[in-house]
Every structure is written in C-alpha cells, then in structure tokens.
Design a protein around this ligand. Sequence first.
Ligand code: ADP
Ligand code: MG
Ligand code: MG
Length: 875
Amino acid sequence: QKRVYMFDEGHKGMRQRLGGKGANLAEMTQIGLPVPYGFTVTTDACHDYYEDGKQLSSTIKEEIIQSLRKLEESTNKQLGDKEKPLFVSVRSGSVVSMPGMMDTVLNLGMNDETVEAQKALTGNGRFAYDSYRRFIQMFSNVVLGIDMYFFESHLDEIKEEKGYVNDPEMTEADWKEVVASYQEIVEKHTRQPFPQDPIEQLMLAVNAVFDSWNNKRAIIYRNLNKIPDSYGTAVNIQSMVFGNTGDDSGTGVAFTRNPSTGENLLYGEFLLNAQGEDVVAGIRTPQPIAQLESAMPEVYKQFVDVSLLLEKHYRDMQDIEFTVEQGKLYILQTRNGKRTAASAVRVAVEMAQAGILTKKEALLRVEPEQLNQLLHRRIDDNAELNQLTKGLPASPGAATGKVVFDSEEAQEFYARGEKVILIRPETTPDDIQGIIAAEAVVTSRGGMTSHAAVVARGMGKPCICGVESLKIDTPAKTFKVGDIEVRHLDTITIDGGTGAIMLGEVPMIEPKISEQFNQLLQWADEEKAIEVRANADNPEDSSKALELGAKGVGLCRTEHMFMQPDRQKLVKEMILSSTVEDRKEALEKLLPIQQEDFEGIFGVMRELPVTVRLLDPPLHEFLPDKEELIVEVTTLRLTEPQSEELKEKEFLLKKVNELAEVNPMLGHRGCRLGLIHPEIYAMQAEAIFNAAITLHKKGIQVKPEIMIPLVGHSNELKIMRQLVIETAEKVLGAANVKVEYTIGTMIEVPRAALTADQIAYEADFFSFGTNDLTQTTFGYSRDDAEGKFLQSYLEDRILPENPFRVLDNEGVGQLVEMGVKKGRAVKPSLKTGICGEHGGEENSIEFCLKTGLDYVSCSPYRVPLARLAAAQATI
Ligand code: ADP
Ligand code: MG
Ligand code: MG
C-alpha cells in the first residue's frame, strides 16, 4: 500500500491518511493555488514506524526517496546539490489540528556546501547564512533534542558583544560566526559533528516527527481533547520558499474573518523580511495585514482573492499561512479558524445570510455550550491578569468582590450594598441566602455538579469549585494559596468560565446580545421539534427566561418562596403548630404572601404555561440546624436558666428532634407532606387560584399547571388531585371566574414510571424530575455520591458520565421512555416534559426529543443553549 502521496495526488477528503495539513496542502494544489510543491508521508507510515520498533522500513524510505526525486524534477533543484540546491521544510500534521504540539524543521538540506551555493544563487550571503543558522537551531532542537536555550543565549551574547539590538543588524560575517559556534554546541552535546548529509537529515527529521506524536505535551493535549492515540501523525515535506531574502519578501498569517468578533474583514499580521515562525515567535512585532496593501499592493490583492476563494471552497472561516518570496505569493497552510463564541455565531449567521451555508448548516456550526460565554460578564481580553490559582469552571461569568467566609456575612455586606465573593470549603442548602447575596461563589471542594455549582448555575452566578490549592481557614477568615494569604474583605476577581482566581480588580466587558445571536436562535426555534421552558421561582428569573426565549415555566419551586428571610418567621410558626387549627391560622398569614409571589410570576409569563410544584422538601429543612441549637440551649442553661429564650429554644429543639430523619431524601417530603398535612397544599392551591383571579381581572388568562411532587402510587395523586379541584371550585366559584388549569405530577421515583398508566388517569401532565429519578434509580444520594465516590467512578471509567449531568439513557432513560409510553397509552393528550438539570444539557435534550417529550425545562441562562441544542437534535 502507498505510504507517500505527492501534493497533486491527494485531496481534502484524505485527512485521516494525510493529516489535516497534508490534506489541505493537496487540496490547494489541486485547485491551482500557489503552493510550494511537496509530498506527504501518511499516518499509516507512522503506524508502521511504531510497529517496526521506531524505525522507518526500507520500503518507506525507498518511497520517500522516489517522491523526493519527483519533487526535485519539478523544481529543477536537488537536495544537497552544489549548484542548484533544494531546501525543504519537514512539517508534522495530525488528523485533528494540535496547534503548537509538534514541531517543524525549516531549511532542511542546508550544509557547509549548499549554504555557499545558496549565497551564489541569490547573491545574498547574509540571507544564506541566516537560513543556515536557523536550520541548525531548529534541527538541533526538534531532531537532536538540544535545548533552544543554548543557541538563544549564545546569540544574545554575540549581539551584546557587537552592540546590536535586533537580528537585522547582523551581517553575513556575524551569521557565519554564529553557524560555526552553533556547530560546536551541537558537537559538544551529541559528541558528533552536525549531520551534513541532506538525506540523513531528512530521514532523521521524519523519525523525529513520528517520535513527537508521543512526546509529553502531545499526549497531554490528546487526553485533554479526547483525540485518539491511534490517529498518528503524517509528515509533510515541502520545498522551501524564503520570506527572509530582503524587503520584497515576508511572511504572515491571516484569518478570512475576525476570529474574536466574527467581523467579515481580513484579519491578520505579517512581517517583512522574515521567515516562518517569526510572526508567532514574537521576536519582532508584526504589522497588521492591511499594511501589506501599501507595502506590496499586487501581492495584497492576490492574497485577498485567495482568501475569498478558500473561504468559499471550504465554506468556513479560514486561517491561512502565507509567505512572499521576492514579490511572489505562496500559500503554506489553510484550516478552519479557531474562534470565540461571539465570532462563531456571527460567522455562521452571516455565511448563511450570504448563501454560503444553509440555515441548518449554520445552526450546526455553533457549539451550544459556547453560547454560555455570550450571556455573562467576562474579563476584558486585554486585561493584565494577576492570576492566583485555578479551579473548576463551574458557572460562567466574571465577578469582582471582597472575600467573605460565611453566608451570614455575605448577606450582611450585601445589605450594605457591598459586593462580596463567598468562599466556602463547600456549600449546603443552608448557604442559599449567602449565595443569593454574593456576586460569586468559590469552593475548595466539590465538582462541577456540587451544590454550589448547581445552585450558582441556576442563578446565572459565577462559580468556581474544587480549588484544591485553596487552604481555607474559616475561623480566621483567611485563605492561602501557597505562601500568598488573602484576608477577610480583600478584593479578588474570578472568572467562572475559565476557573481563574485573580488578586484585586480586573477590567470587565458586559455581555451584549448581538443581532446575529438572536437571528441564530430564531432559526433554531423554526427548526426545533421540542419546546424549551425555564425553571423560575420568582418574577426576576421569569423575566430573564422570557427575554432568553423560554416558552413558559417548566418548574416553579415553591419552597424557595418559603426560604425568603421575611417569611421564615411565619413558616416556622406554621411548622411548629401543635394542632391543625394552629397550623391553619399560620397558613392563613402565609396565603397572601404566597399569592403575591404567584401574581408576580404570572404577571410576567402572562398567557404562557407556568408549572407550579407544591411544597417538596421535608419540613425540618426550614428549621435551624440541630447541632447549633444544642450548643445554644446548653449555653443558655448555664447562663440564663430562667429565660423565655431558653424555653423557646428547648421547644424548638424538641420539634427539630421530632422531625429529624435518618434519610431525608427518602423521608417525609413531596406529596407525602401534602397527604399528611393537606392544609399546606390547600393553601398553596388557593394562592395560585387567587393570583389567577387577580390577573383575570386585568384581562390576562393565565395557565397554571399544578404539579404534585414525588408520587409513587396513583392513590397519592388521586387524593391530592381531589384536594386541588375542591379548592379550585371553592375559590373560582366564589369569584365566578374561569381559569384554564391542569393538574399533573412529577415522575421521579421508579414506581411512578412503572405504573405510569395508572397514574396517568389522575394526571393531565407528567414532568420527569430526572434529578430525583437518577438518585432513586441508581440508589445514590447525590450529595454523598458527588462528594465521595462518583469522582473515582468517573476516573476509573466505571461510569461513562456523571449521571446527574448527562441523563443516563440506558437506565434512567428507560424509565422515562416507559413513563411516556404507558402514560400516553391511557391518555394520548398527556403533556410531557423534563425539569431536571438534564433539561439544559445537549445530549439529554437529544434524548428527550427522541423520546417524544413536549418540552425541556432548564435554568433561564441555559435557555438559549437548549434552544440551539434542540434545533441541532431535530436536524
Ligand atoms: P505549525 O503547525 O506549528 O504552524 P508549520 O508546519 O505550519 O507548523 O510551520 C511553521 C512555520 O513555518 C509556519 O509559519 C509555516 O508557514 C512555515 N513554513 C512551513 N513550511 C514552509 C516552507 N516550505 N516554506 C516556507 N515557510 C514554511
Ligand atoms: Mg502552521
Ligand atoms: Mg424531586
């Protein structure tokens, strides 16, 4: 089988064999662009190389020599020739672009004789010796493994000796001197003279490229980007063109559009009288590409034509390398340009508008997760960063604030109008108020799905988790990273999108939703075959959801209303009541407040459906922490044994003990609460209907969907449904108002899915609560799993993914499918949706679509992502 392809034998479809760079060089050759001729040694040869114990077989060597002969014929030059020497570059190029991961050798073929021939041919000895010393430097580094430092420091010494600042001041004699001393450096390191035989140079270089496939940084990069080790790299051998012959030459890199904004304008840099990597190496400051126009107008015009042609040909923004040799343009590389989220969106939309792409193709061009970047404040790209440390980028966005170490303090400072960042080892549900008050949250433990991460993402608040280098001393209110100590109320800045923590304040850019962003999502809405709603517990979140394109609220958690500080007293009163009468009295006081909550949300969502879940968590979650109470009671007994306060606290402690559960996740919560204390659900239903009446009077016909949580047996739902209907009849009847409401349930325990047909008799809709359904199906308590064993499960690949992040299609997914099928068999009109966090995750959305759900519901900030992911899944 063929192991070497000349550039005119390949094409862009041969990426797997020729590597990305080789395939595109072949393609550009085929379409007639000015590409220096050459050939590609395939990735198959790379596999052979490793199979043969890291050496090139004689047949591959033979094929390389034959191809070299063809190259020599076509260029009319020969490698190592004393009159017309050929010089080549040896360039690595893997299947997937691995920028900067592997190395390239330029000017191969240079030796003591060919350098003189090059001098004679060009009449430019300075150039010839400069090229030679570059070759020795690169070859020694890449192939012989000698550290660049030895060459660079030597060159610096010589320049200093001669009083030069820049390389261009070096003369031919100077470079000649450098070449001689470089050869000495090599001999000192390898105990052998610098190889003079060009064929030997070539074979050694090919070996080195193949070897580089398994160097450390390449392996790390592959692991990070999930690139299979089995791909291997190809090697491209290409005749050299020189950008460093004088001021009619140069080299540059350009993007066909702006890679950070997407603006449709050639964007790039070039350097006069320079070779290859000088542009990226930062030795000299390159000039903006527009200045090429004044320096070489003809070349510029030609380059603009090439860039337009390449973009059309590849139907995507291109990143192009070029070199000008004595006024003639050569193209050395093209690939699809890497870009920011903003650029990705703008390029996709504008290419569709220009007819280069179809709308569907444009929708597939943007990664849904990328959209996140666009909705959050972020750090100015030009800012100087004083980075302290890094953690997991748990929730995007940037924030600056003073550090505080507990939730109470966060609230205190927030109340005074201060911006704070909450630093905790980890957060618990008790920290909710602190998280609300803080600009951002940082935890030293926990992963991307820890409590802090989930809550912060839900609120669209920046969060960094698992910052292991952060040594927090909570009592002392300080944290340390290495030797650096950050104290209480010191200012830091965090970037939740990258996980970086910085000292002090850093300039930020506010998010701006672009015209193109809205356009793309509008196209997504036209394509997608599944609706997107948002989880929202208050009017602010509802407005955000609406603004970001949600078509309703899929989950309104009423317990969040109970947790507001101004309600806590009433809620406590309600829980502590010893008789039903007392409890009803307390509920009576909560009713108008709850009603106001609903009026707020309904007022925002108007005619769109709002699914309200009746109270779900166990009651003890609303009471103070038991350990803390014990400390308080003990102290009071010693200091003020007669006080009223002690009596109160003792009573509270007794109640807390009564309500305490061994397994709260599986305890007295959800509809079990409603069944034992029907007055609570009745009050909530009344508040919902009262709110609907208020809006009805304003001419708004709201559509409440009342949802009973944690049902496992149809009888549970039957009784609760009856309670809601009775309440509706009473409240609506008295006001003589009609409200279009429905009653449904969450499917979040396996038994509900298994008996979905029976449950469907009592339900107008099912909402799959996949957070709890995942807990109950796996038998994991999420808080324990994520903090303890799940991480090592993932590392050891016992589980392919965190099932709380990506819906487990195989297991939990079966229950969802079953629920939908059994439910619809009984009630074809049954509305179905998902309201777990999975509703905002790409793969899970695809599953929901396939399973035939009517909608997904996710946090407001993930709505755009979900709209795009839904469209992509539909296409
Ligand atoms: P990388 O993948 O790191 O960009 P490349 O193989 O593309 O490595 O090459 C590094 C630099 O050398 C680039 O600027 C490229 O344009 C330049 N270069 C590569 N081959 C040649 C050649 N035959 N003639 C002139 N310049 C070249
Ligand atoms: Mg390159
Ligand atoms: Mg639940």
